[in-house]
Design a protein around this ligand. Sequence first.
Ligand code: C5P
Length: 242
Amino acid sequence: MARRRQLYEGKAKILFEGPEPGTLVQYFKDDATAGNGAKKGVITGKGVLNNRISEHLMLRLHEIGIPTHFVRRLNMREQLIREVEIIPLEVVVRNVSAGSLATRLGIPEGTRLPRSIIEYYYKNDSLNDPMVAEEHITAFGWAGTADMDDIVSLTLRVNDFLSGLFLGVGITLVDFKLEFGRLWENDDMRIVLADEISPDNCRLWDAKTSEKLDKDRFRRDLGRVEEAYQEVAKRLGILPEA
Ligand code: C5P
């Protein structure tokens, strides 16, 4: 790790300078936080599992034509990614009521929503990632209207595809968070999927028992956190290398 320049350290990942211009190395930590850092802990082996799970999902999405920042996995905890200009939004998709939607609007957790709902949160730790409307996003210039068209259509395609992929392995995709970035190639700009897709930023419930197989096990002190992440990897047909 010391051989590369560290560019950024987040709550669950570190970004290092990549081997070629325009690339970065994304390192997955075992650290876990909840409530914007209010609760801190370590989930042993989480980084290894999330690296593998996110690789798998990004590759499947690439196969159906979703552009992503993912290039290739380098080792147990690192992946090579394209450098993008991150759009400061957390794009949350909900299929079933849970978490902050259940709390805010009183829709009982577990209620299937009449249609998928997209919400936007402004990525800003000191403001606690407030929910914003598309009006705020375009008015303050965080993304333009054409960017938002791309973000919505990519988000809906990701949701359709991942809902089916997870259902195929007996898991309900309750909700999840995506991040997008701008990828510049010469003078062309494309919006691409960035960050990671893992049990850290998805709610994944066993389709039969509704058992939680995601970070809510950590957030709500339900125990067997690492086992839940392992179960997701196992069902997806990927397990970390020995
Ligand atoms: O907490 P809330 O119900 O709004 O979370 C919705 C979804 O977004 C969950 O799957 C959660 O894991 C994800 N999320 C995230 N990072 C955040 C906030 C939410 O990955 N900062």
